[in-house]
Design a protein around this ligand. Structure first.
Ligand code: SAM
Ligand code: DTB
Ligand code: SF4
Length: 334
């Protein structure tokens, strides 16, 4: 039986965009029979995103390793011994050359990461602003992920033309302290509010496969889907269990669980870009295709994510060609 959407009147699609989801409703969506879930998600996807395009985003780690936070999944935390070594911060010229190459290879969004607990107002921040201006002038959407920020910093990033700021909730508020203790869920939400106030679009999602329950997954999606407006971009990551981190021995997720997360995110946030993010290397082509059917409309394109492996470009090109994907050609203005 198809879990009842609060209103299933597809002739008035705006009534399906809601901000008052409850945990029980989200859990019911997440746990319904898979084919019903995917059918609902695809129906909503086609109603709200008639263009049906898929965005290719390219990631680059500008400042790698040595981070003060203790996120249990992260190879860049200074708290753990992993194969990731702190590296010198990349220069503006290096970054812009990489962004140009990403554009030439078909990406429309360029996402830059700094392994920082928070942004500080120093030379590295001035360089970040120059990178954002440069990426925008190449004609790409620019996204930054660099930890916590303040209103003033968000306003300066907005003035530089930043399209989006990525800051994930990662998991439910209830499970959060099993994963990170060096900052709180409230810290995370405060940063997201600064991003929103500055007029930058919000990129916010999380990870599955860290030992959380179905209810934790539902709670995370509920918190995202009760933000008003919804995040414009929702990355769904499957844990990449990295040697040396506390989560190194976690068993891989069942790909069907990832399909469920993507489909539920699509139903809850009909117009968000739902991004099938970390963990794609472990997925078969068929599992990825199910995720597209469930409403995923973006992937990271390029051999590495920030530090971990991603499928190589040839494999992705073949996959996208095989399904006749309609790839976004021009960056959106935001
Ligand atoms: N320091 C910044 C922050 O935490 O906001 C930005 C970088 S951080 C690497 C960006 C996101 O990548 C994390 O919030 C997490 O969701 C995801 N991530 C990091 N390591 C991961 C892993 N091993 N597996 C899956 N996702 C991961
Ligand atoms: C997101 O949610 N996933 C991307 C992006 N936002 C920054 C990062 C995934 C990182 C995976 C581990 C690594 O490459 O170090
Ligand atoms: Fe990794 Fe970001 Fe956590 Fe630092 S704040 S340990 S870079 S996820």
């Amino acid at each position: 039986m198809i879990a009842r959407l609060p209103t299933s009147d597809m002739s008035d699609p705006t009534s399906l965009r809601r901000y008052d989801w409850t945990t029980a409703e989200v859990l019911a969506l997440l746990q319904q029979p898979l084919l019903d879930l995917v059918y609902q998600a695809q129906t909503i996807h086609r109603t709200f995103n008639p263009a049906g395009d898929i965005q290719l985003a390219t990631l680059l780690s500008i400042k790698t390793g040595g981070c003060a936070e203790n996120c249990a999944y992260c190879p860049q935390s200074a708290h753990y011994q992993t194969s990731v070594q702190p590296e010198p911060t990349m220069t503006v010229d290096q970054v812009l050359a990489t962004a140009q190459r990403a554009k030439d290879l078909g990406a429309t969004r360029f996402c830059m990461g700094w392994a920082w607990r928070e942004i500080r107002e120093n030379r590295a921040f001035e360089e970040m602003l120059a990178m954002v201006r440069g990426v925008r002038s190449i004609g790409l959407e620019a996204c930054v992920t660099a930890g916590m920020l303040t209103d003033t910093q968000a306003e300066r990033l907005a003035a530089a033309g930043l399209s989006a700021y990525n800051h994930n909730l990662d998991t439910s508020p209830e499970y959060y302290d099993q994963i990170i203790t060096t900052r709180t869920y409230g810290d995370r939400l405060r940063t997201l509010e600064c991003v929103r106030r500055a007029g930058i679009t919000v990129c916010c999602g999380g990870i599955i496969g860290m030992g959380e329950s179905m209810t934790d997954r539902a709670r995370m999606l509920e918190i995202l889907a009760t933000m008003q407006p919804h995040p414009e971009s929702v990355p769904i990551n499957a844990l990449i269990a990295i040697e040396g981190t506390p989560l190194e021995a976690q068993q891989p997720i069942d790909p069907i669980d990832l399909v469920r997360m993507c489909a539920t995110a699509r139903i809850l946030m009909p117009q968000a870009r739902v991004r099938l993010s970390a963990g794609r290397s472990q997925l078969s082509r068929e599992a990825q295709i199910l995720c597209f059917l469930a409403g995923v409309n973006s992937i990271f394109y390029g051999e590495t994510l920030l530090t971990a492996a991603n499928p190589d470009r040839d494999a992705d090109r073949q996959l996208l060609e095989a399904i006749g994907a309609n790839i976004q050609r021009v960056a959106s203005v935001s």
